[in-house]
Design a protein around this ligand. Structure first.
Ligand code: CMC
Length: 431
């Protein structure tokens, strides 16, 4: 039996039952609060991969995977993609409301004036091997911010927390560009305050001391759009990691560094790099059919990278927006790369194939983001770093939200123990 505010759960083995309250949201399904369950029945719940478990209450991002809806603070992603910019979206995610002109100018000024790094960072960066993966460098460099900014870090103070979030938003692009330049042996470039956020980053990446950098406007526009689309995605693996680390009261820079590490995996943010590697492996448009067949064969262990999503089982609204931009970028920049032809053939073939259609495996945002990054001249190893720059806005917003929770608890899941039953220690000679 259940009413609209609770569900009644009966344990067939013990005959015990427990009434569990429902936790409503403003939209979307309500969740069953199971915190009383172990006390009442002696059971925990098992949900590997958290496919049916809400880990927190959050007012930042809403996703309806079946309907293909994504909203930041109630604003549909399509509207933000069309009318806003990444820095305004970052303000929205962090503060809950869109800024007025004065608020935005203040925020932009603040972010701009926190982009510089302590000079000692150079020494730290130069300690990496020249061929280190930029995500490994980024994880280490962001984590090292915890060593630079630990004095007076009173996490009880909202202003200290806000400043930590601003510093992360401002410095992650500077660190990202420095990692790239170090890996190719270029001198580091200081951030230029006369440029806007995305343009400043592009200059830090690509400008050489010997000549000015000239970029077509589509480059900054496409990158800004990608940053908006990647800025947040509710409780994904890296954001959940930031929250889990944050729940221990850890330093915010350490929390975000943990998020960067989680993002790196190919099942998460590493997918955009994996897409390009896969396209290179496929090699020729005429070999696309063979790749599709291999992805359908479970014994091959091969999946089409950039296809499928844990939450979007119909279509990824970000992919719809970015698909249009992909074609515009390729047209405007006059890119003619056979790998991009492979990508477009693959998209076409998978969308027609019953295996992918019946499992609702559509191209996700990372399928297209990799293609755009490639066209913009961003090296493949930097793709996930680009994602990390954008997702920093989401990570810091979730961290700020979590630090404000009145009933915050340390994140500590339980387990189903499947190991050995009790046994006696045997001396080494008798084993
Ligand atoms: N290629 C071939 N088959 C696939 C693929 C794929 N990319 N993705 C899922 N399947 C199959 C899978 O084998 C399973 O088949 P069956 O029902 O016959 O056993 C079915 O589709 C369901 O797959 P699942 O692994 O249970 O789905 P999931 O929700 O656990 O996984 C995913 C989601 C994104 C990890 C997975 O689709 C995948 O590995 N995709 C490729 C990697 C990728 O593009 N990741 C980026 C995700 S978007 C960026 C982000 O938000 O971080």
């Amino acid at each position: 039996m259940s009413d609209s505010k609770s569900v009644l759960l009966s344990d067939g083995a013990t005959g015990k039952s427990v009434e569990l309250p429902l936790v409503p949201g403003t939209i979307g399904p309500s969740c069953i609060d199971i915190s009383k369950l172990p006390g009442a029945t002696g059971h925990f719940t098992f949900d590997s991969g958290f496919t049916a478990t809400a880990s927190c209450k959050s007012a930042i991002t809403y996703i309806d995977g079946d309907a293909g809806i994504l909203m930041y603070r109630g604003y549909p992603i399509e509207q933000l993609a069309k009318h806003s910019n990444f820095l305004e979206v970052s303000y929205l995610l962090m503060n809950g409301e869109l800024p007025n002109a004065q608020q935005f100018a203040k925020f932009e000024h603040e972010v701009t004036h926190h982009t510089m790094m302590h000079e000692a960072f150079r020494n730290f960066l130069y300690g990496f091997r020249h061929d280190a993966h930029p995500m490994a460098m980024l994880t280490g460099m962001v984590g090292s911010l915890a060593a630079f900014y630990h004095h007076g870090l009173d996490l009880e103070d909202p202003e200290t927390r806000r400043l930590a979030a601003i510093r992360l938003l401002a410095k992650v692009p500077t660190i990202a560009a420095a990692c790239y330049r170090y890996s190719i042996g270029w001198p580091l470039r200081y951030p230029r305050n006369n440029l806007e956020y995305v343009d400043r980053f592009l200059h830090m990446m690509f400008e050489v001391p010997s000549e000015p950098l000239e970029l077509k406007p589509i480059v900054a526009k496409a990158l800004d759009l990608l940053f908006i689309l990647h800025a947040d995605h509710e409780q994904n693996a890296s954001t959940s990691t930031v929250r889990l680390v944050g729940s221990t009261g850890a330093n915010p820079y350490a929390c975000v560094s943990a998020g960067v590490a989680a993002l790196w995996g190919p099942a998460h943010g590493g997918a955009n790099e994996a897409v390009l590697k896969m396209l290179a492996e496929i090699g020729r448009p005429e070999d696309v059919g063979k790749a599709v067949d291999r992805a359908k064969d479970k014994s091959s262990g091969f999946r089409l990278m950039g296809f499928g999503h844990r939450v979007y089982k119909n279509f990824d609204p970000r992919a719809t927006i970015i698909r249009e931009m992909t074609h515009k970028v390729l047209g405007d920049l006059g890119v003619n790369n056979p790998m991009l032809e492979v990508a477009l053939r693959l998209e076409e073939a998978a969308l027609k194939d019953d295996y992918f259609v019946s499992r609702k495996l559509y191209p996700n945002v990372d399928f297209y983001s990799g293609i755009i990054y490639k066209a913009l001249g961003i090296p493949t190893e930097m793709f996930t770093v680009m994602f990390a720059i954008a997702r920093t806005a989401g990570w810091v917003s979730h961290w700020l939200e979590q630090q404000n929770e009145a009933d915050a608890k340390i994140g500590r899941p339980r387990q189903v123990y499947v190991g050995a039953t009790p046994r006696d220690y045997a001396a080494i000679g008798s084993r």
